[in-house]
Design a protein around this ligand. Structure first.
Ligand SMILES: Cc1ncc(COP(=O)(O)OP(=O)(O)O)c(N)n1
Ligand code: TZP
Ligand code: MG
Length: 221
């Protein structure tokens, strides 16, 4: 099996929606269906934080969300949990610096799964690539209330630094991204944006997701 082509992955990362039950104001299945209708290009199941589901309930929700993704050609990525990713046969996993190292994940999952890694510095980005990461998540770009242990806000400077220093692999910005502040993230060199609250918490989820698709298309990436 082969690693996913980088140019294809860049396209899939354009509007990368992340969500778990705690981020939703209505049924998570409904939230995802509405986001898919708006054209999200990738989805990450991040069942994390106070009040999140565990064990069987978590697995069952993951299954239901994965079904929606598969029916619509949207890759389904699991956050953090390698056992859940394997149990669901997810399309990939996203890990941070405090999670199972990407090298071990690559050895466990093989070549045909997508592995995303969070990077907050050039050194972390280099290591992630050496370990077999397919894409990087860089942030928080702006202030966020969706991650309790978020690192310091970076603005778009880290994305610019990574690109200027020759990091070419697919990359998304994350943290506090809204329809109003998405453009500088793309101008800085991101292939796409990752969003929790601006989509999951929106009054009109489909229209908001569609708005992100439109804004990203304007950047010409
Ligand atoms: C696309 C993307 N980028 C970054 C993150 C953050 O991952 P991590 O630093 O491991 O933090 P948690 O999400 O696990 O709290 C992400 N999940 N997705
Ligand atoms: C998971 C994560 N990693 C860095 S910031 C963040 C939270 C992003 O959520 P939001 O889009 O609501 O700011
Ligand atoms: Mg993590």
């Amino acid at each position: 099996m082969q690693r996913m082509n980088s140019e294809h992955l860049r396209d899939l990362l354009k509007v990368y929606f992340i969500m778990g039950s705690v981020n939703c104001r209505k049924a998570p299945v409904k939230v995802l269906q509405e986001a898919v209708a708006g054209g999200i290009t990738m989805f990450q199941f991040r069942e994390k934080g106070t009040g999140s589901l565990s064990d069987e309930a978590r697995l069952n929700l993951g299954r239901r969300l994965q079904k929606i993704c598969h029916a619509n050609g949207v890759p389904f990525i699991v956050n953090d949990d390698i056992d859940l990713a394997i149990a669901l046969d997810a399309d990939g996993i996203h890990v941070g610096q405090e999670d199972t190292p990407a090298l071990a994940i690559r050895q466990l999952l093989g070549e045909n799964k997508i592995i995303g890694v969070s990077a907050h510095s050039f050194a972390e980005a280099q290591q992630a690539i050496a370990d077999g990461a397919d894409y990087l998540g860089v942030g928080p770009i702006y202030p966020t209330s969706s991650k309790e242990d978020a690192k310091a806000v970076q603005g778009t400077a880290m994305i610019e630094e990574l690109r200027n220093k020759g990091i070419t692999i697919p990359l998304v910005g994350i943290g506090g991204i809204t329809l109003q502040n998405v453009a500088p993230v793309l101008t800085a060199g991101a292939d796409g944006i990752s969003v929790i609250s601006a989509i999951a918490g929106a009054e009109d989820i489909t229209t908001t997701a569609r708005g992100f698709v439109y804004k990203v298309s304007l950047s010409g990436t």
